[in-house]
Design a protein around this ligand. Structure first.
Ligand SMILES: [Zn+2]
Length: 182
């Protein structure tokens, strides 16, 4: 790459709302569900606790449950965590929904379509070559190619020819990266 000084622009990826769950409904053909405002259900059975995060089918509104804790000793959960479940703490809802272990355990994937925004300053006149640094303020998995197309309004073909980047354009990432547009 040339030693020509670049103009460096910062981009940021942020969550605009919670993603939809790709989760099969048991009552209808839909496979899309939402946590809505976020509600936990806590059930004590003697000294054991079950904790679920409730989800609703986006088609028929059936309520389903994601297992968060399954028959764990009450004493094994910190008091503030338990209080958070009981109070439907919004940040705990986010942490639970975005926890990969919870997703694996309950066999759902997250659909981030339309749930994130790219915050980008305007591109100056005559900016080439241009270096752009992408920071993920939230861990939204996006394909670099899609992000660049959205930010610059250029085609995939143009991206393939003009973008110099060290990571795969087509593999989703949540890690900060940068690229140069020539
Ligand atoms: Zn349904």
């Amino acid at each position: 790459m040339s030693s020509h000084p670049h103009i460096v622009l910062p981009w940021a990826v942020r969550r605009s709302r919670l993603p939809v769950l790709a989760l099969r409904c048991v009552d209808c053909p839909s496979n899309r569900a939402t946590v809505g405002d976020g509600r936990f259900r806590v059930n004590a059975n003697g000294k054991l606790l079950d904790v679920w995060l409730l989800v609703n089918c986006l088609s028929c509104d059936r309520t389903g449950k994601l297992t968060v804790h399954d028959r764990v000793p009450v004493r094994s959960l910190p008091a503030d965590l338990l209080a958070g479940y009981s109070a439907n703490s919004p940040s705990l809802v986010v942490d639970t929904l975005l926890d990969p272990l919870i997703a694996r355990r309950n066999r759902f994937a997250l659909d981030w379509d339309g749930c994130w925004a790219l915050h980008a300053p305007p591109i100056p006149d005559d900016p080439w070559p241009l270096q752009i640094t992408v920071t993920f303020d939230d861990a939204v998995p996006v394909r670099p190619e899609r992000l660049i197309a959205r930010g610059l309004g250029i085609s995939r073909d143009e991206i393939a020819h003009r973008v110099k980047i060290d990571i795969p354009l087509n593999r989703r990432t949540t890690l900060d990266f940068s690229f140069v547009l020539v």
